[in-house]
Design a binder for this molecule. Structure first.
Ligand code: GLN
Length: 546
């Protein structure tokens, strides 16, 4: 078994410097040099997981195959490396404390006083070192937040200790900072970086590599100055300049020597140069598309782009599969909640995506958008809540069930979408009763589905058996399959036991598909998800018709 090395990525100066993407890009570079990698995220906030957080806080909740609700950075990790993330790749202060308190109640600590050092730090260290998998050459651990945050301290202390214990041949610290350009002075300023590294060194961590975000080239004199003040070698001051597209990042960081510096640190400088051809191919398509399609994303968090991160990325991938650029127009579903609000903004799009969501606000607007797409024959892709609402819309206006609704809006006579417990007995799946706590009560993670032979989705997937990731409490009620099928709604994917609708498509429509799961979570730039590739293909056809 190979020796696993650990790379810790911390951030300084300000948040939002793209630490997740930087970590993912470095991992992809190491991969391109023939190494195996695993990426982990250590989140200092107190929530047990991000599952209960509003997308306004930290963006979308990313779901892994094994059913963990995690930070969206794990999505970047998967997209850049193709390595599926696991529950054991994301930890929060909340989870650490709940584990410790559970152990304390059981008496596991044999009467000891439980303290941040060593109990909390040990728990963090165990997490970092645990279950990396056989033969992983590099584990990259990104610490959320910025150095100096109060809740981050135990994490910094834990990785400091790990640096000691593993030694420099098995650990490397990378610090991401900002070099702001001050127009009035006509200069790039290094002081925030100096202060940030000083802060890091004051808690005992000497970074070996500085990744400096900037909007223009860093003069050699400034690199030398940073190196000297921050106690790193000048070639370890890496320029991380803004690039046109996130998929340009790996090649750009390689150009600036990031992976070479990391490997130099580990005395592995003889490693062959990376094969970046797949990144070059992607960059070429991103920058030289054969055209453009416009997709309207009708959602509730249009002012928080991170809330739909994986969906937007999967749309980009769908564009890559068709050699086109996808322009995503964010459309506020709440603006259509009022039945008299005009829908003309939807006239100009080539496809409509109805993403996942929760709650009644904006739901009516999504149903109106679904109806518009259905009647005007605009390609439409409903995901999770988007699919559920499209089914309610079809039940109301195609099947004539006026009272059709989802019980997510409240108690219902005709829950076309509802909790399984509302219409079946002996349901062994977890469903929410109104008093249960809200964390972890959903159907989460990968579940298989069977597709109907001859359906559009079977053709798109090229298979009758699929596995996709889920995150929902409510289900389309199988008791309504009959009336819906009689009116052109095809149930083309079901759970293997035949009880839960997984996919619907409309017969009399060029491309109208709704899925109960989140296909966007498995889409990667090298392997665009077939549904997204097909959806963008349909939008492209539509764009040529108008
Ligand atoms: N609110 C719906 C449910 O809980 C859909 C969830 C989602 O879109 N992720 O079933």
């Amino acid at each position: 078994m190979s020796m696993t090395r650990y790379i810790f990525i911390t951030g300084g100066v300000v948040s939002s410097l793209g630490k997740g993407i930087a970590s993912a890009a470095l991992a992809s570079l190491l991969q391109a040099r023939g190494f195996t990698v695993r990426l982990r995220k250590l989140d200092p906030y107190l929530n047990v997981d991000p599952g209960t957080m509003s997308p306004r806080q930290h963006g979308e909740v990313y779901v892994t195959d094994d059913g963990a609700e995690t930070d969206l950075d794990l999505g970047h990790y998967e997209r850049f490396t193709g390595v599926s993330a696991r529950q054991s790749d994301n930890i929060t202060t909340g989870r650490i404390y709940s584990t410790i308190i559970e152990k304390e109640r059981r008496g596991d600590y044999l009467g000891a006083t439980i303290q941040v050092i060593p109990h909390v730090t040990n728990e963090i260290k165990d997490f970092v070192l645990s279950d990396a998998g056989e033969n992983v050459d590099f584990v990259l651990c990104e610490i959320g937040g910025t150095v100096g945050d109060i809740e981050g301290l135990p994490f910094f202390e834990a990785i400091r200790q790990l640096g000691q214990e593993l030694g420099s041949e098995r650990s490397c610290f990378i610090h991401l900072t900002l070099l702001p350009y001050i127009p009035a002075a006509g200069e790039m300023k290094t002081k925030p970086t100096q202060h940030s590294v000083k802060e890091l060194r004051s808690i005992g961590i000497q970074p070996q590599v500085l990744l400096c975000r900037c909007d223009r080239p860093i003069p050699e004199t400034e690199k030398a100055k940073i190196a000297s003040f921050c106690n790193v070698r000048p070639s370890s001051v890496i320029e991380a300049r803004d690039v046109g597209h996130i998929y340009d990042v790996p090649a750009a960081y390689h150009q600036e020597g990031l992976d070479d510096e990391v490997l130099w640190h580990f005395r592995m400088e003889g490693t062959p140069q990376p094969d970046l051809s797949r990144w070059e191919r992607i960059a070429h398509t991103v920058h030289n598309p054969d055209g453009e399609v416009c997709i309207g994303l009708v959602g509730k968090y249009v002012d928080v782009p991170d809330a739909y991160k994986s969906v937007s990325e999967a749309l980009v991938h769908g564009g890559l599969a068709n050699n086109v650029r996808v322009r995503v127009q964010m459309i506020d579903s709440e603006a259509f909640d009022d039945d008299t609000a005009p829908l003309d903004i939807l006239e100009g799009v080539n496809g409509i995506i109805l993403p996942g969501g929760f709650g009644e606000r904006g739901a009516r607007g999504k149903m109106r958008a679904a109806r518009f797409a259905r009647e005007r024959k605009i390609p439409c892709f409903g995901i999770c809540y988007g699919m559920q609402l499209a089914v309610v819309e079809a039940a109301r206006h195609l099947a004539g069930i006026d009272s059709a609704t989802t019980s997510e809006f409240g108690p219902a006579d005709d829950p076309v979408v509802g909790l399984m417990s509302e219409w079946t007995k002996g349901n062994e799946r977890v469903t929410r009763d109104q008093t249960a706590d809200m964390g972890g009560t959903m159907r989460l993670g990968a579940y298989p589905a069977r597709l109907k032979a001859g359906s559009k989705v079977a053709e798109i997937y090229g298979s009758l058996n699929i596995s996709e990731r889920h995150r929902h409490r409510y289900e389309v009620n199988a008791n309504f399959i009959g009336p819906l099928e009689d009116n052109g709604v095809i149930f083309s994917g079901m759970s293997p036991d035949g009880k839960l609708p997984e996919i619907i498509e409309l017969s009399d429509h060029p491309w109208f598909i709704g899925v109960q799961y989140h296909p966007e979570l498995k889409s990667r730039p090298f392997e665009p998800h077939p549904l997204f590739a097909s959806f963008i293909g349909a939008a492209l056809t539509q764009s040529r018709l108008v």
